[in-house]
Write a protein that binds this ligand. Sequence first.
Ligand code: IMP
Ligand code: MG
Length: 183
Amino acid sequence: MSKEPDLFSRQIGRELSRIVFSREEIRRRVSAMALEISEAYDSDDEILILGLLKGSFIFLADLVREIQHPLQVDFLVASSYGNTMRSSGDVRLLYDPEASLTGRSVILVEDIIDSGATLNRLVPLLEERGPRSLEICALLHKRVAGLDREPRWVGFDAPMEFLVGYGLDYSENFRHLPFIGSL
Ligand code: IMP
Ligand code: MG
């Protein structure tokens, strides 16, 4: 057994119901995704990884370190759930990436897709900037209907529970957990 049961019981035992994806499961899956991404692009593709903050920061950091292809990283910030567990449907871009998307092979990295409202709003906005291609890479996917464009890469299908850890928060807490748990 790893250190996870320690953290689980010492810090948050009363708040989390269970570990959904362990540190080791995540590590293996992220490596496999990075390999798939590396193989999907030609050597002349200029890859721009666009991380959706804040939720994707840990996933992105692990992912890019295993991608065997030159790339650049930038971030964007869309308005979040705030302190609730439900999507408001009102998605705003609070920080715009500085990098130009024109002619680049852009990969939008998202922590978790729930209602799809965030991506449905952001994808057309980014497409307007003329990337050579725009793909979505999501660690978790709840597979709720209503997504205009499916992600090309998905880490795991997520249960219909509120998940935290590995970047995902509830009211800004739990992002630092090395595993993904259910509240
Ligand atoms: P959507 O717009 O409904 O697809 O929601 C996407 C965003 O909501 C994600 O980027 C997360 O920030 C947040 N979110 C959705 N489901 C969860 C969850 O289970 N735990 C934590 N954040 C979530
Ligand atoms: Mg997010």
